[in-house]
Design a protein around this ligand. Structure first.
Ligand code: DLL
Length: 435
């Protein structure tokens, strides 16, 4: 029997949700128009006023907001309330270009933590549980978000942050953690470390994991579930919309329910901006319906996704999003072919390799090259040189079947590829360095 944190919203009828969304949107557009010059200018340019927005059906009249707008408006340009009403900031890692700084009022934090609490309850969490939060704390939203959610549920919260894996395992065992929250790549690393320490999944009390912040495949889910002896749930979110908890998985594990009483989702054609009908693949766009400090209207996430309103056996009526199929800006174009790193990961795991790999793209005399280094497990490593070279050829052929292009595969010794405690870096595109 499914448990819900806020059944009045999670299981509301579509009409009830639409009514909530319409009421919130009308208020939100006024709030933003009156308080954010940047947004007022965008709306004026498009010839839209708050009076044109009478219900959620009018959303399409509003302009989009992109990451470039956020950079332009850095740091205060999109702040919609007095700074004195704000109690916290979070920020993106800012590996490319300027960081995004998101502001929160206390009410924003409360609603965000409710969203994370919904995710924890959907993963089976109750006040009886011990929830180990191994996402990074600090500017990153993962640690604080799940931490706040765990408090709301009333679980005993272990604020571990990421890293120090042996200590994670010690606390996990000594304090009988039942739920772990971290990135999927860190979960895989914890599973690997447990194995090395000779601890079997039966010797720990974990029953569920809540993993997100980076793409991960179904093959990786099976791997983690086996190595930790748990059920692994996906969670999605981004700093710009508050953090984790925009969408979360239930026990059906067939996509993530979007907390659409707070975040309205659209799918658009990334080229034309046209809104696509349900079931079509495109770029995910979010409108935060009730955030006070940093409300984004029609924010283009660049995540590629499909929405579905198929009935879910868990009883929740919230629309579902599939696992993001890579970001539009993650996609590599190699010899003219569109390649998502997740496609390569699927092949590796299906062929029995570890999720420790590195994709390197370069250009050699005007031709793109693709090198995939994959770590062998200690058992695989004992193979002879001849066997390893045969395996490299077989794996290269399997990747070619998936992508249509020929990679160079390097099977490398165990522990030679850097492990990730947060978001894994799995692609190095050296072409950008030369250009
Ligand atoms: O990653 C927030 C988060 C923390 C989500 C903890 C889940 C758990 P950012 O650092 O701003 O925020 O990165 C957001 O990460 O646009 C997606 O491309 C990607 N992403 C987040 N969750 C998932 C997921 C946090 N479950 C960006 N699957 C997003 C795939 C994800 N990609």
């Amino acid at each position: 029997m499914a448990n819900y944190y806020q059944p009045q919203f999670e299981c509301a009828s579509h009409e009830e949700i639409r009514a909530i969304q319409s009421e919130k949107l009308v208020k939100q557009v006024k709030h933003v128009y009156e308080n954010v010059k940047y947004y007022r200018d965008l709306m004026d340019e498009k010839g839209v006023t708050p009076d044109d927005i009478k219900s959620i059906d009018d959303l399409h009249k509003l302009p989009f907001l992109s990451k470039a707008d956020l950079r332009d408006a850095y740091p205060y340009g999109l702040l919609a309330t007095d700074l004195k009403n704000c109690v916290r900031i979070h920020s993106t890692s800012g590996t490319t270009g300027r960081r995004v700084v998101a502001f929160y009022t206390q009410n924003d934090i409360d609603l965000w933590e409710d969203c994370c609490a919904r995710a924890i309850v959907a993963a089976g969490g109750t006040k009886e549980d011990v929830c180990q939060v191994a996402y990074g704390y600090g500017l990153f939203t993962g640690g604080s978000g799940l931490h706040g959610g765990s408090h709301k549920v009333g679980s005993l919260t272990l604020p571990m942050s990421s890293g120090n894996t042996e200590r994670q395992i010690q606390f996990m065992r000594d304090l009988h953690a039942t739920i772990i929250c971290c990135t999927p790549s860190y979960a895989a690393y914890i599973g690997e470390t447990l194995k090395e320490m000779g601890i079997s999944p039966d010797e720990i009390d974990l029953k569920a994991g809540i993993f997100g912040a980076e793409p991960w495949t179904e093959a990786m889910r099976r791997d983690i579930e086996k190595s930790l002896g748990i059920k692994a749930y996906d969670i999605y979110g981004l700093t710009e919309t508050s953090g984790p908890g925009v969408a979360f998985e239930c026990e059906a594990q067939t996509g993530m329910h979007i907390n659409e009483d707070h975040f309205f989702a659209e799918i658009i054609d990334p080229e034309t901006g046209e809104v696509l009908p349900e079931g079509e693949k495109g770029e995910l766009v979010f409108t935060s319906l009730d955030k006070e400090a940093f409300p984004l209207l029609r924010y283009r996430t660049r995540d590629i996704c499909i929405l579905s309103r198929e009935k879910c056996p868990c009883g929740r009526t919230l629309v579902k999003m599939c696992k993001p199929m890579g970001r539009s800006d993650d996609m590599l174009i190699i010899r003219g072919v569109n390649v998502f790193p997740s496609q390569i990961e699927t092949v590796l795991l299906n062929e029995g390799y570890s999720p420790n790999y590195l994709i390197e793209v370069d250009r050699d005399r005007n031709t793109d090259t693709l090198d995939v280094s994959v770590e062998l497990t200690p058992e695989q490593f004992s193979d002879t040189v001849k066997e390893i070279s045969a395996k490299e050829k077989a794996l290269a052929a399997a990747i070619k079947t998936m992508l249509g292009i020929n990679p160079k595969v390097h099977l490398v010794a165990p522990k030679t590829i850097t492990r990730s405690e947060g978001k894994a870096v799995r692609v190095i595109d050296k072409r950008k360095l030369h250009d």
